[in-house]
Write a protein that binds this ligand. Structure first.
Ligand code: ADP
Length: 510
C-alpha cells in the first residue's frame, strides 16, 4: 500500500519500462547490501496510441468530407433553386413579352382603325365643306337676283304697303345670305379648310370700305360711327383684307345692332413691331347694352349668345364672334371683350401683318384718316366713271348696270371676255368689273390678255373680279391673273359702289 501511494507521486512519468531500486538503512545505520528492485511498466494512454491517431485522422477526414458534401449539397440546392427561379422568371418574361407583343399588335390595329376612321371623317368633312361650298354657290347666284331686283323695285314709286313688304323681303334675304355665309365659313374653319390669302393691301382703304358699308345701318339708328387709324400704323401691309374686313364688319355690325343711342368707334393703333412685320391693335367700342360678366367668355363659342332673347329681338346666329376669334387666331392675334351690362362694350383684337416691301403709291390718306361720320360716309359719287361690265348672266347685267347708272356712272356690258376686249379696243374705261366664269373666254383669261396689252400700251385699268365662288384659292387666282380686287356675289350694292369708287379714287390721275 505504501509503495502504491509513493508511485502516485510520479504521475508524469512518460510511458516506458521502469525499475525502482530501494536501499534501506537499519537503526544502526547499516545499509542493505542489495537494493530491493521492483520493475514496473507505465503504459501509453489510449489517446496517444497510434491506432487512436489514425482513427482520429480518419474521423476528421470523414467529418471534413461530410461537411464538404453538405456544402456541396447546399450549393447544389441553391443552384437548383436559382435555376428554377430564373426559369420561372424567363417564363414570366416570355409570357409578358407575348402579352406586350399582343398589346402592340392590338394598338397597331387600333391605330390603323383610328387612322382609317380619321381619314373617313376627313373625307366626310371634305365632302361636307365641298357640298356647302357648292350649295352656297348655287344659293348665292339666285340670291343675287332676289336682292338686286328687290333693290331695283324699291327704287321705283311704290305704295307704303308695297315698300314695307319689299323691305321685309330684302331683310329676310339678307339674313339668309348672312346665315349662309356664316355657316359656310364656320364649317370651313371646322374642317381646317379656311385659308388666309395674303396680298398686299391698304389698311386704311380696307377700314374705310368697311365703314362705308356700315354707314347706312349706323345712320338709320342715328349713331355716330367714328374711325381712327393712328399715324404710326403703316398703310401698305400684307395680309388677308377680305377676312380682316369680315372681322371688322362683324364687330362693328354687332356694335351697331346692340346700341340704341350714342356712338360706335373703331380705332387702329400699332401694338408692336417695326420693319418686316407689325402687330396692329383694333378696338371696337360702343355705348350699347353691354354684356354681363358671366356671358363674356361664352359669346366667343359657336352658336352662343349673351342672352337667348337677343335672337328674337336682334336676330343673329351666334356664329359671328366664333368665326372672328378663329380668324384672329389665324392672323396670329387674340380677341377679348371688356364690357358692363348697360354701359357698352369694347372688343379688342390684335393681328399680325407683314409690312409691304416698299410703300406703294400713296392712298388718299387724309380722307381715310378723317373722322368718318355716318351722315356723310358715302360721299357724292365721282362724276360719271366709265365702267365696263363683263358678265354673262342677264339678271346680273341688269342689276349692276342699274346700280351704277343710278349713281351716275356710264356702263358698257360685255357678255364674254372676248367682247370685253373688243370694247377696250374701241374706248378706254376707268374700271372693269369682270365676272370670273363666262363662256368663250373667262374672266381670268380676259384679264391676262388685258394686262398683256397694257405692257405695250402702258396704263393700268383697275379690274375687279365678280365671283360667286368661295372656294379657297379663287381669290389668289384672280389676283394672280392681274385683277386688283374682287367682290363676292351676290353683289351688295353699297359694297360694290364703295369698292368701285375707292379703287378708282386710289388710282393715280390720268
Ligand atoms: P350674333 O350676333 O349673330 O348672335 P355673335 O357671335 O356675333 O352672334 O355674337 C354673340 C352674342 O354676343 C350676341 O348675340 C350678343 O348677345 C353678344 N354681343 C356681341 N357683340 C355685342 C355688343 N357689341 N354689345 C352687346 N352684346 C354683344
Amino acid at each position: 500500500m505504501e509503495t502504491n501511494e509513493r508511485e502516485l507521486n510520479y504521475p508524469k512519468l512518460p510511458p516506458g519500462q521502469y525499475t525502482l531500486e530501494v536501499m534501506a538503512r537499519n537503526a544502526r545505520g547499516q545499509w542493505s547490501a542489495e537494493p530491493a528492485r521492483i520493475s514496473f511498466q507505465i503504459l501509453t494512454p489510449w489517446w496517444l496510441m497510434w491506432w487512436f491517431r489514425i482513427a482520429s485522422v480518419l474521423v476528421a477526414l470523414g467529418i471534413g468530407r461530410l461537411m464538404w458534401q453538405r456544402r456541396t449539397y447546399r450549393l447544389e440546392a441553391e443552384r437548383h433553386h436559382l435555376e428554377t427561379a430564373v426559369n420561372q422568371r424567363t417564363r414570366d418574361l416570355s409570357i409578358e413579352k407575348q402579352r406586350v407583343l399582343e398589346e402592340q399588335a392590338r394598338t397597331e390595329q387600333q391605330k390603323r382603325e383610328i387612322e382609317r376612321l380619321l381619314e373617313e371623317a376627313q373625307q366626310a368633312s371634305r365632302f361636307k365643306s365641298e357640298f356647302l361650298a357648292n350649295m352656297s354657290h348655287e344659293i348665292r347666284t339666285p340670291m343675287n337676283g332676289i336682292l338686286g331686283m328687290t333693290d331695283l323695285v324699291l327704287a321705283t314709286p311704290l305704295t307704303a304697303e308695297q315698300r314695307e313688304h319689299l323691305l321685309t323681303a330684302r331683310l329676310s334675304a339678307n339674313s339668309l345670305l348672312a346665315l349662309l355665309n356664316d355657316i359656310l365659313d364656320f364649317s370651313k374653319i371646322e374642317a381646317g379648310r379656311l385659308d388666309l390669302s395674303p396680298v398686299e393691301f391698304s389698311l386704311r382703304q380696307c377700314v374705310d370700305e368697311t365703314a362705308r358699308m356700315l354707314a347706312f345701318a349706323a345712320d338709320e339708328k342715328n349713331l355716330k360711327l367714328e374711325i381712327r387709324v393712328s399715324d404710326e400704323v403703316p398703310d401698305r401691309i400684307v395680309g388677308d383684307p377680305h377676312r380682316l374686313r369680315q372681322i371688322l364688319m362683324n364687330l362693328l355690325g354687332n356694335s351697331i345692332k346692340f346700341t340704341a343711342a350714342g356712338k360706335v368707334e373703331l380705332t387702329v393703333s400699332l401694338e408692336a413691331g417695326q420693319g418686316a412685320s407689325v402687330t396692329l391693335h383694333f378696338t371696337v367700342h360702343d355705348t350699347g347694352i353691354g354684356i354681363p360678366a358671366d356671358k363674356q367668355k361664352l359669346i366667343f363659342e359657336a352658336f352662343r349668345q349673351a342672352d337667348g332673347s337677343t335672337t328674337r329681338k336682334y336676330g343673329g346666329t351666334g356664329l359671328g364672334l366664333a368665326i372672328c376669334s378663329r380668324l384672329v387666331e389665324m392672323m396670329g392675334g387674340a380677341i377679348r371683350v371688356e364690357s358692363e351690362s348697360g354701359r357698352g362694350s369694347t372688343f379688342r383684337f390684335t393681328a399680325r401683318f407683314r409690312t409691304a416691301a416698299e410703300e406703294a403709291r400713296p392712298t388718299d390718306a387724309g380722307s381715310l384718316q378723317r373722322l368718318v361720320q355716318a351722315a356723310n360716309i358715302l360721299p357724292p359719287a365721282q362724276a360719271g366713271l366709265r365702267v365696263l361690265l363683263a358678265e354673262d348672266t342677264p339678271v346680273n347685267q341688269r342689276l349692276v348696270t342699274r346700280l351704277l347708272e343710278k349713281r351716275g356712272h356710264r356702263v358698257a356690258v360685255a357678255a364674254t371676255g372676248r367682247e370685253a376686249l373688243e370694247w377696250l379696243d374701241r374706248e378706254p374705261f376707268d374700271i372693269i368689273l369682270m365676272d370670273v366664269q363666262m363662256p368663250d373666254m373667262d374672266g381670268l383669261e380676259a384679264t391676262a390678255a388685258i394686262r398683256e396689252r397694257e405692257k405695250k400700251s402702258g396704263g393700268h385699268t383697275p379690274i375687279v373680279a365678280l365671283t360667286a365662288r368661295t372656294a379657297s384659292g379663287d381669290r389668289e387666282r384672280c389676283l394672280a391673273a392681274g385683277m386688283d380686287n374682287y367682290i363676292n356675289k351676290p353683289v351688295e350694292g353699297a359694297r360694290l359702289l364703295a369698292l368701285v369708287e375707292t379703287v378708282t379714287a386710289a388710282r393715280p390721275a390720268r
